[in-house]
Design a protein around this ligand. Structure first.
Ligand code: ADP
Ligand code: MG
Length: 635
């Protein structure tokens, strides 16, 4: 069978996505590959299809136990014999798998890297024909990355120790050059075909909200309220925050699970499963809840705090909408998040290690990455463009599917406040003989009685209290705008604010300063409803630009198909999306097949699933049709 037939028959997809075909061809031709695709981009297919075409047993190195379990379950559901070995299994279970390997039962075997030390297991593997070793989440080999796992460093030695060297195929969603080099070296890839596919995820709607501290939780609650019918993840920066938010959600009647490294392993497993199986639709978690999440029907990912870098953010946010349905990625930003992140970065090493140059270098990289992340929260340009630009991809100026593109704006002439700020800066400098930070400037402008202000005599300046009536955040917005336009800049060594070369133009030559202001800026909670209205008026927000109807009519057939899916999933005790994804059900409702041949035309329906579920779903469809007919005739 050729690769397209396999894609069709086992996975039910009619065509390959960008990059998949090239990677598969290279693997089949015996060349190592390094595939870089965004989360949800379809990396698994790239090694699963070759594994079905090459003779022998292909290995998949995968970092997380939960990830393996799900992937193997999904493969088995598609009729592909697969198994996994990791440290969570009993020796009895392990023996069963070993016997299966000996009998040549499996095409794919998922292996935790820790297992590569087990001699008995290794000699069993060496007795098998191994054409392919796929390394999933390959960035774990990079010591600079966020998810470094020392056991990944053993993979290269393991590959070397096999009687004949298999093709090594590495996959990751981390696109940075440094990580790419680390992977190539760390896994000893041989002249790999590097394939970086489009990082855009058009079905994701990105937004950043900046509520005041006390409005943050109410905002979260109202965002979740609007999404009651969906499943989603709320990421928090710390364990304590997870606990706090989780409790608040439970008290407000949400069915929520929690996850962080401080919980006992058993509870973590249970909670993850509750989420996975849609028993609890909301998961509140730290970034410890991560890589293993293959749940495809995640409708939103909300970050309650800003993560520490954009790679992490895109990976976490990317867990939304894997099924291709419109999904929301919302980041709730507060300036305090920057301090939390800096604190976490500073904690990265041991006491007394200060002089370690490697550690300092790492810290500097972390701080640089934090800056990029902060820039995302503050930018007024297209959020998608910001992300794609960072990952080195071209992008359009406006995506029309992020909060910056969709929130209506107006231009405001801020020349007068700009003059106040710039002149305050100069006067303070003239008085003290040096420049100061933005905070102090704000305090002077707002007429603060802060001790530093008075002891330096800054309350005697003519600019003191000029902006008494202005909100701090607004002044900060002015300052950010002046920085963006180059009228101001931050002197990095001293963190002082200085006038840029063009400042004179504004102060003395009548140059105007225009700032773009969002017309809706996080309305108070009671008024949060209009956001929904606004969605209707801006269908692009929901639909991923050009996608189908923005707000799907409640479709009776779709509801019936969903119900059938729930029923089948419960009977088989598997998560609903393992039966069929939301996207597949939507396509099924649209195509409304009446024969098994037509049923197989539905996207995501392969041979095994068609055989297993076809009759039942076809019956739901024909029952629905009959009832429709009856209703029409009854009238
Ligand atoms: P990744 O590992 O890159 O995050 P996955 O391999 O889990 O992504 O795939 C994400 C989703 O994309 C899955 O639901 C999968 O069924 C779907 N998918 C992958 N390849 C295709 C394809 N060629 N056509 C349609 N859907 C696909
Ligand atoms: Mg994956």
């Amino acid at each position: 069978m050729d690769k397209s037939a396999i894609l069709r028959q086992y996975f039910g997809h009619s065509s390959f996505r960008g990059g998949q075909e090239e990677l598969i061809d290279a693997i089949l031709a015996g060349r190592d590959v390094l595939g870089i695709m965004p989360t949800g981009g379809g990396k698994s297919i790239c090694y699963q299809v070759p594994a079905l075409m090459l003779p022998g047993l292909s290995l998949v190195i995968s970092p997380l136990i939960s990830l393996m379990k799900d992937q193997v379950a999904a493969l088995e559901a598609a009729g592909i014999p697969a198994a996994f070995v990791n440290s969570s299994m009993t020796s009895g279970e392990f023996q069963v798998v070993c016997a299966g390997i000996r009998a040549g039962k499996y095409r794919l075997l998922y292996v935790a890297p820790e297992r590569l030390d087990n001699e008995g297991f290794l000699s069993l593997i060496r007795s098998q024909q191994v054409p392919l070793v796929a390394v999933d989440e390959a960035h774990c080999v990079s010591q600079w990355g966020q998810d470094f796992r020392p056991s990944y460093l053993r993979v290269a030695g393991f590959v070397d120790s096999l009687p004949s060297r298999p093709v090594v195929a590495a996959f990751t969603a981390t696109a940075t050059e440094g990580v790419r080099e680390d992977i190539t070296q760390g896994l000893a890839l041989r002249d790999p075909l590097q394939m970086v596919t489009g990082f855009d995820r058009p079905n994701l709607h990105f937004s950043v909200r900046s509520p005041k501290t006390k409005e943050k939780l109410p905002l979260l609650l109202s965002l979740l309220e609007e999404r009651r019918d969906k499943s989603g993840i709320v990421y928090c920066a710390t364990r304590a925050k997870v606990e706090q938010v989780w409790e608040a959600l439970c008290q407000s009647g949400f069915s929520a699970a929690r996850y962080h490294a401080g919980l006992p392993a058993e509870e973590r497993r249970q909670n993850q499963e509750d989420f996975q199986y849609d028993r609890k639709p909301v998961m509140v978690a730290t970034n410890a809840f991560g890589m293993g999440i293959d749940k495809s029907n995640v409708g939103y990912v909300i970050h309650y705090n800003m993560p520490k870098d954009l790679e992490s953010y895109y990976q976490e946010a990317g867990r939304a909408g894997r099924d291709g349905e419109p999904a929301d990625c919302i980041l709730l930003f507060a300036p305090g998040d920057i301090y939390t992140a800096k604190f976490l970065i500073g904690q990265g090493g041991q006491e007394g290690e200060e002089e370690d140059p490697e550690r300092l270098e790492r810290q500097q990289r972390d701080l640089d990455r934090l800056d990029v992340m902060t820039g995302y929260c503050k930018t007024r340009s297209c959020l998608r463009g910001y992300i794609l630009g960072y990952f080195g991809q071209s992008y359009q100026q406006r995506c029309e599917n992020c909060s910056n593109c969709c929130i209506p704006r107006r231009e405001e002439d801020i020349t007068v406040p700009a003059q106040m700020i710039l002149s305050c800066l100069l006067r303070v400098q003239r008085k003290l003989g040096y420049y100061v930070g933005g905070n102090l400037i704000q305090q002077v402008l707002r007429g603060s009685r802060n001790q530093r202000v008075t002891s330096l005599g800054l309350d005697k300046l003519s600019t003191y209290g000029l902006m008494k009536d202005k909100d701090r955040r607004l002044i900060q917005d002015y300052i950010d705008c002046l920085k963006e336009k180059g009228y101001l800049y931050l002197e990095p060594a001293y963190e002082t604010l200085r006038p840029g070369p063009q400042a004179d133009q504004v102060l003395f030559h009548g140059e105007k300063v225009i700032m773009e202001v969002q017309i809706i800026d996080d309305p108070p909670m009671k008024e949060a409803r209009p956001a929904r209205e606004e969605r209707r008026r801006h269908p692009a927000r929901e639909g991923g630009g050009m996608a189908a109807p923005a707000v799907p009519e409640e479709n009776g057939l779709l509801a019936a198909l969903r119900e059938k899916r729930t029923q089948l999933a419960q009977a088989a005790q598997v998560p609903a999306y393992l039966v069929f994804s939301n996207a597949t059900l939507a396509d099924m409702a649209a195509k409304s097949p009446s024969t098994i041949e037509e049923f197989m035309e539905v996207s995501g329906v392969g041979q095994v699933k068609a055989a297993r579920y076809g009759t039942e779903f076809l019956r739901v469809i024909s029952d629905y049709r009959d009832e429709e007919r009856r209703r029409r005739h009854g009238k």
